[in-house]
Design a protein around this ligand. Structure first.
Ligand code: VGL
Ligand code: ZN
Length: 280
């Protein structure tokens, strides 16, 4: 309905965020510690506040005799053993907006780097179907390790037909330089961007066109939001240059309407938008 704004990094409900393997054992000091991995938690937490249609987190979740462990001739020290403290998501990760957690690498004789399928492509997690079922057409990927599980997930997402963006400043690598890994990914159709740019775009204050665009996406999911979107578009269309305050007042009026508990999600999203408009 409303043309997309100038920036392709604008987060909409048709976007998903995949938070890869942000687990205790992958943090510095852990058996498979990734340098700097603890430092990306605040950035990932801020990303989780954006209006993604779905945020999925993964956990590496191995049996104690997993084939990837050095005691079985594998490349890695023992890590992320199912149910141990080291396999838990990092305590500082804000989980309020994580909609689903997927566990992988659970079979003793098979490793699984990607959130979509195991390394032998023998079985799939169902993530692609879940994303499609939610109307997702683009995925953003963050977490660890950029050169293993993030890369494998991004490749599979692109192969599955999703527009795929790796947020490189919200990832850390085990070994390979981030630049080398990025170049390889880009050659396979994966885009890269910076989480800080995505956040800056959302924080800068939205133009009425961008607001209308987000509401336009939201209304596909919630009839309650439809009313708000209609109102916002009406205001947008009835002024040469509508001011943020006008728009926010009209939206606020609608947002306080009691639409019932089934619209809780839509209402929260709308309130978040309104708070942003007010802080312009
Ligand atoms: C990973 C090595 C072994 C990862 C998992 O999350 O990137 N790397 N298991
Ligand atoms: Zn592993």
């Amino acid at each position: 309905m409303v043309a997309n704004g100038h920036s392709g990094l604008f987060i909409k409900p048709a976007d998903a965020l995949l938070v890869i393997d942000m687990q205790v054992d992958f943090m510095p000091g852990g058996p498979l510690g990734v340098a700097g991995a603890d430092g990306i938690v605040p950035l990932i937490n801020r990303l989780c506040e954006l209006p993604f249609g779905l945020i999925a987190a993964t956990q590496d979740w191995h049996p104690a005799d997993h084939v990837s462990f050095d005691m079985r001739g594998g490349p890695w020290p023992m890590h992320c053993v199912a149910g141990t403290k080291g396999a838990a998501l990092v305590p500082d990760l804000a989980q309020a907006h994580i909609g689903v957690v997927l566990r992988k690498g659970m079979q003793p004789d098979l490793d699984s780097y990607s959130a979509f399928e195991d390394n032998a492509r023998a079985s799939r997690t169902g993530l692609d179907g879940l994303l499609r079922g939610r109307g997702i057409n683009r995925v953003f990927v963050a977490g660890v390790a950029l050169d293993y599980c993030v890369a494998a997930t991004a490749r599979d997402a692109a192969r599955a037909g999703f527009a795929t963006v790796v947020l490189t400043d919200a990832c850390r690598s085990v070994a390979q330089s981030a630049a080398v890994e990025q170049a390889a990914l880009v050659s396979e159709g994966v885009e890269t961007a910076h989480a800080v740019d995505v956040l800056a775009l959302m924080d800068r204050g939205w133009t009425p066109r961008q607001i209308a665009n987000v509401l336009d996406s939201l209304l596909a999911r919630k009839s309650y939001v439809q009313a708000i979107a209609d109102k916002a578009l009406e205001i947008y269309n009835s002024h040469d240059c509508p001011r943020h305050r006008e728009l926010s007042d009209a939206l606020m009026e609608l947002a306080v309407m009691d639409a019932g508990p089934e619209f809780e999600l839509g209402r929260d999203a709308v309130h978040a938008i309104i708070n942003r408009i007010r802080s312009v």
